[in-house]
Design a protein around this ligand. Structure first.
Ligand code: FAD
Length: 408
């Protein structure tokens, strides 16, 4: 694909991961077409996004968050009808409770889903067994089925956003690294890159694990903490077909799906490994993730409760990376009032691919709707001021969001 020159644009997006290219697509659909995406890698979707497990779960604990995910599903369906597809599989998903207190939590989640207009049903263990024949559901106390959940291939999602945004006029400058941000009277006016400089009205910071650094280049300190996350994919297992539903087993802190004929199983470990973004520079990615076999083996041990052979099946591929977490577990979306022109689209909290469609919608709302919703406002970077947070507590708080991902 062509690499666009670095030229002035109304909106420059730094970062071509799922969030950056998803925002480019949403902006173009909203009629904002003077948009330049700069990405330091040779292609979009090559960094954290490429490592994503690709699950998209819409059942969340509040209406607005569910509607955000529902908008993503709508976007994936729409992209699936285009020439370059996100490889969206609307398989449905099983949320499996192993205790009565979890069943009670699922009931609350279902109420939120009902309010948001998301279809969910309780199904019995026999029906779950028909949907996932090789899984043993005998320990399940309740199973919530969401028929419109599913999964996609993360790199394909990024490629699909890129293709469809480019068709609407968005320019993509890959192999282009942001080096400095130009400010005038405290407002962002442009950027310098390794391939030249450009002026802009808005600079959207979608730099993933470097979003902290890009904000710093504009003079804003934000608590964006990379936290390590991993999953494994097993060798192919007879009978596992791509149409089997995704699953989540909160008591075991596990999620999964079928990938390449094998099992993809990921999870949340009780002690998260975070890294301090201040310890590496804007020019660098976070330190490489070293595969943590004890953690991955703990996933297969736990999963053997429902899939007895999980413990012994060979693992053939490991997904790993540094999604970022915020101390309150919410996305960072919108313009900073302290640094006008700097707009955040970051703090993915490990659901930035499934969130990308909804994040793009909220970004457009927060920038161009004169009366954005209370939810859009609640995601503003302005919630973190100079005095209401500090690193000593922000980093453990962000790690805690990871550790309690499936907390009740
Ligand atoms: C193991 C694992 C499993 C996951 N599973 C899921 C899942 O099932 N579902 C889900 O929704 N999410 C999942 N996630 C999280 C998901 O991958 C992230 O939320 C998402 O990829 C974040 O997208 P992003 O665009 O913010 O970041 P990235 O994909 O990292 O993109 C940021 C981009 O910014 C670029 N960049 C940085 N600095 C500069 C600069 N100075 N100049 C130019 N470009 C720059 C980088 O090169 C990079 O391409 C998972 C993550 C991991 C690691």
């Amino acid at each position: 694909m062509n690499i666009a020159p670095v030229t002035n644009a109304e909106i420059i997006i730094v970062g071509g991961g799922a969030i950056g290219v998803g925002c480019a697509y949403a902006l173009a659909k909203a009629g904002k077409r003077d948009v330049l995406v700069i990405e330091r890698d040779d292609d979009v979707g090559n960094v954290t996004t490429s490592q994503g497990a690709g699950l998209c779960g819409q059942v969340r604990d509040n209406t607005e968050r569910i509607q955000l995910a529902m908008h993503s599903v709508k976007t994936f369906r729409e992209l699936q009808d285009s020439e370059v597809k996100p490889d969206w599989h609307e398989t449905g998903s099983l949320r499996i409770a192993l205790t009565e207190s979890r069943v009670a939590e699922f009931r609350r989640l279902q109420q939120a889903a009902d309010q948001a207009g998301l279809e969910t049903h309780w199904i019995d263990n026999d029906e779950a067994g028909r949907l996932w024949p090789s899984m043993d559901f005998s320990s399940a106390q309740g199973i919530l089925w969401c028929p419109s959940d599913g999964y996609m291939t993360p790199r394909s999602v990024a490629a699909s956003y890129r293709y469809n945004a480019a068709r609407m006029g968005v320019r993509f400058a890959t192999a282009t690294a942001l080096e400095t941000v130009r400010l005038q009277n405290g407002r962002v006016t442009g950027i310098h890159t390794n391939r030249g400089h450009a002026e802009c009205r808005y600079l959207i910071n979608a730099a993933g694990a470097n979003a902290y650094h890009v904000a710093r280049l504009a003079g804003l300190e934000l608590p964006i903490v990379p936290v390590r996350h991993e999953y494994y994919v097993s060798i192919p297992i007879p009978g596992l077909t791509p149409d089997l539903p995704c699953f989540r087993i909160p008591e075991l802190t596990l999620y999964g799906r079928v990938r390449d004929g094998g099992l993809l199983v990921g999870g949340w470990e009780p002690r998260a490994l975070s890294t301090d973004p201040r310890a590496f520079s804007a020019d660098n990615a976070p330190p490489p993730v070293v595969t943590d076999w004890p953690v991955l083996n703990s996933f297969s041990d736990r999963f053997s409760k429902l899939f007895p052979s999980a413990r012994t099946i060979e693992k053939s591929w490991i997904g790993k990376g540094w999604p970022t977490f915020t101390p309150d577990g919410k996305f960072l979306i919108g313009e900073s009032s302290r640094v006008p022109g700097l707009v955040m689209a970051a703090g993915c909290n490990a659901h930035g691919i499934s969130g990308s469609g909804g994040i793009g919608k909220l970004l457009v709302e927060s920038l161009f709707n004169p009366n954005p919703s209370a939810y859009a406002k609640s995601l503003s970077p302005d919630r973190f001021t100079e005095i209401n947070w500090e690193w000593d507590s922000a980093r453990p708080a962000a790690a805690r969001v990871y550790e309690t991902y499936y907390g009740v």
